[in-house]
Design a protein around this ligand. Structure first.
Ligand SMILES: NC(=O)c1ccc[n+]([C@@H]2O[C@H](COP(=O)([O-])OP(=O)(O)OC[C@H]3O[C@@H](n4cnc5c(N)ncnc54)[C@H](O)[C@@H]3O)[C@@H](O)[C@H]2O)c1
Length: 142
């Protein structure tokens, strides 16, 4: 039995790796998944493979370090689907090298990608993103 029928999920960094696997699993469990990625070409291919034609997923190119892009994408998803039930802040940069040898720019870009978690901030701007059972004011305040 599927565990997520009727659920709307939002996944960041879904074009490959762990994010892709999360989208794939959520779809298998019956959810609709909107996912974002900074890599447009990879994201489009992933959406094609993950069932865009069947209406299981939709892809938006957006950079999690860019507040406006994430905010607009979250708003578009909520406009279309009325809610977001599940939010996965997965996007990030794997640094498979010695941290002591990294340049300031490399360190900053990795920290920025991991530290932003903008989708959480942006999703709370919609009261419906919190779901009907939530009465917490932090989901309704802007
Ligand atoms: N793979 C591991 O062993 C491991 C271990 C611990 C934590 N993590 C974390 O898990 C997450 C996924 O890891 P992965 O191995 O699948 O990485 P990956 O590099 O295979 O995939 C990351 C995805 O995020 C996207 N992305 C990167 N920066 C982005 C941005 N600014 N905005 C939007 N999308 C962006 C990339 O384009 C890519 O599609 C990362 O945050 C990573 O740091 C991974």
């Amino acid at each position: 039995m599927q565990r997520l029928p009727g659920k709307i999920a939002f996944v960041t960094g879904g074009a490959r790796g762990i994010g892709y696997a999360i989208v794939e699993k959520f779809v298998a469990e019956g959810a609709f998944v909107a996912f974002i990625d900074v890599d447009d070409s990879l994201g489009r291919d992933a959406a094609h493979q993950l069932g865009e034609a069947r209406g299981d997923v939709e892809f938006h190119r957006a950079d999690v370090t860019n507040e406006l892009e994430v905010r607009e994408t979250i708003a578009a998803v909520i406009r279309k689907h009325q809610k977001i039930d599940i939010l996965v802040n997965n996007a990030g940069i794997n640094a498979y090298f010695d941290a002591t040898q990294m340049s300031e720019a490399e360190w900053a870009s990795i920290s920025k990608a991991h530290g932003s978690a903008r989708s959480t901030r942006c999703a709370r701007w919609s009261p419906r993103a919190a779901g009907p059972s939530s009465t917490s004011p932090r989901f309704t305040r802007r």
